[in-house]
Design a protein around this ligand. Structure first.
Ligand code: 5GP
Ligand code: MG
Ligand code: MG
Length: 179
């Protein structure tokens, strides 16, 4: 698996340090409240696990699975709910945990959905942002790292369901895509 990586963009140590910072910021932001933290599966599951451990206020958690890419590396714009939330968001402070925002299509769909379900507040924390890929006008409330317009894998992010378990983030060798 390591042999398929052309370049490491963000090391395990850099990721962990940034997530601790985000945890501190969010703990201050949500002081006195109990947010419902929503993990957008699958890509955000490792970030979610490390992030909630760095948050010191009580949180509740739920998980949602959406698909917008199919097998491609670009967003189709069609978002499908694979797994919906188990709990109601009505009147809740919602923190959406995303792995990466590229076009923004997935997230804008999700925000609209949660608004229609009458969430009290909706904030977004994303570990990675690729602003140059944006096709809708949207920004996360909290961002870990800004990335160039390259397809990355690792730390939850996959290519064809593989590489999610890498503890760092990197770029695949071009020949991996042509196999
Ligand atoms: P968007 O709808 O913003 O274009 O795409 C968001 C989703 O696409 C992310 O949650 C992620 O699943 C996937 N995605 C976007 N960019 C990348 C990337 O560079 N690498 C991987 N593995 N997935 C990506
Ligand atoms: Mg995602
Ligand atoms: Mg994927």
């Amino acid at each position: 698996m390591q042999n398929d990586i052309q370049e490491v963009l963000i090391t395990e140590e850099e990721l962990q340090q940034k997530i601790k910072e985000l945890g501190r910021t969010l703990s201050e932001e949500y002081a006195g409240r109990t947010p419902l933290v929503i993990c957008v599966l699958k890509g955000a599951f490792i970030f979610m696990a490390d992030l909630v451990k760095a948050i010191t206020v009580p949180v509740e958690m739920d998980f949602m699975a959406v698909s917008s890419y199919g097998a491609s590396t670009k967003s189709s714009g069609v978002v499908k709910i694979i797994k919906d939330l188990d709990v109601s968001v009505e009147g809740r402070d919602i923190l959406i945990v995303e792995d990466i925002i590229d076009s923004g299509l997935t997230l804008s769909y999700l925000i609209e959905l949660l608004r229609n379900r009458n969430a009290a507040t909706i904030s977004v924390v994303t570990l990675f942002d690729k602003p140059s890929g944006r096709t809708v006008n949207l920004e996360a409330s909290y961002t870990g790292f800004v990335l160039p317009d390259e397809f990355v894998v690792g730390y939850g992010l996959d290519y064809a369901e593989r590489y999610r378990n890498l503890p760092y983030v990197g770029v695949l060798k071009p020949e991996i895509y042509s196999n």
